[in-house]
Design a protein. Sequence first.
Length: 269
Amino acid sequence: MYWDNEYLDKLIRFPIEGNAAELGSPIHFVAKTDLNSTEVMEEINEELRANGFDYAPIRPYRERTYYDVQSEEVLSIADEQYVRYKEVMLYCINILTEFPFAMIVHPDKASWKIATRADLNTRTAKEYLYSYYSETARAVSGLIESEYKTDEIQEIYSDVRSGGHAIDYWEKASAGDVDLHPVEFMSMADLKEVVAGVKSLRDELEFPSKTKCREAFDLVEKYRNKTMHGYRTMILNKNDVIELAESLEIASEMTVQAGGDEPGFEIPP
């Protein structure tokens, strides 16, 4: 898996992250007795394919096996694939970096769910995951604002982002009744160039070079943009899940380095 349990706990910050049950989808189970009938399995296969099911866990639950629709094989479910329904979504994402699905268990067995990589493309997943990226932007903005006054940041911005429009937006807002620091009008791309262009900011966020800084911001921005837009497909394969996990890790580390919310908040039951 991408994270070990200790590190995964450190990534959890927000009480509103969403839990595994919210990410999961309904399960189509296959009875163990049905596996012995070729005729029955042909019908089940047709039904599973027609409804877009890739995996069908086998009942009874103690079997810990599932039917793979594509290969038409019965395979084992690893212990690591099980996650409690109250756990935050990150636990499912962690499982999906290694396994094709996560089994979301519930005291009421009728309420069990399954989370696949496709579920990470839902609006529910995107809305909750966006909280990580918005907190990163807020924390980095706060760091810049604490370091530089309005006139200072204007000069820095002009030097590193000559084609940017944040200062134009700020000036238009200031002409009205809006009194905010220019950083409030900066996009993630703007923040990237400001941090990359100022060594003291790079040092605060522990970036050894401009290149490493831009690479980190680019990956965060990539998935931030995907979580913002419902029409964008975020996950297509296992590699995408691993990249998403890396993006969340970078976003979390940047947030903490910038003085944002510390990790380890207790998630309410």
